[in-house]
Unconditional design. Structure first.
Length: 170
């Protein structure tokens, strides 16, 4: 079975007046990933709330979409797609979800000692600028994840103790 190169999952207002949520997925580097999330308060529903944002589970929605796509044929395929071996039936749908999850986890950065040494190098190279942002850019990740990498580099002894309130190390 083939998954379309780009597909959209829409979750509509529920009985509690929750906003509509639209997830747009795209196959990149051979793996489906979420590229956009749109949230729209409905006419009779409540506003978009912070608590509602926490309920947007990108991975869960992707798994739901994969299960639904394996129920029947998919049309309008692009040449850049993700191939899974599934037909229909509960076991095949579960297998399709496992294949997608496995391909997504293969893209995650493996935190190794060598990687943490590289984090320390990138951090030190921009210590007078914005070192966390430099790490985020170098590893193509978020500011928050870069901060975790820096913490792990410190814990591994590749960076000295943090200086409270500013970039650098002791």
């Amino acid at each position: 079975m083939l998954i379309p190169r780009r597909f959209t999952v829409r979750i509509y207002e529920d009985e509690h007046g929750s906003p509509d949520v639209e997830h747009i997925y795209e196959v990149r580097k051979g793996v489906p990933e979420c590229r956009e999330v749109h949230i729209l308060a409905t006419e009779d529903g409540h506003e978009v709330r912070v608590s509602g944002l926490a309920g947007i589970r990108v991975q869960d929605v992707l798994e739901l979409a994969i299960r639904e796509m394996t129920l029947g044929p998919v049309t309008r395929l692009d040449l850049r797609h993700f191939r899974i071996s599934a037909i229909s039936g509960p076991e095949q749908r579960s297998n399709a979800v496992r294949q997608v999850n496995k391909s997504r986890s293969a893209l995650k950065i493996k935190v190794t000692d060598a990687m943490l040494r590289r984090v320390a190098e990138v951090y030190r190279a921009d210590v007078n600028g914005r070192p966390t942002e430099a790490v985020a850019e170098a590893f193509d990740t978020t500011h928050r994840t870069a901060g975790r990498y820096i913490q792990r580099a410190r814990a591994a002894g590749h960076l000295g103790a943090a200086i409270k309130g500013r970039a650098g190390e002791r």
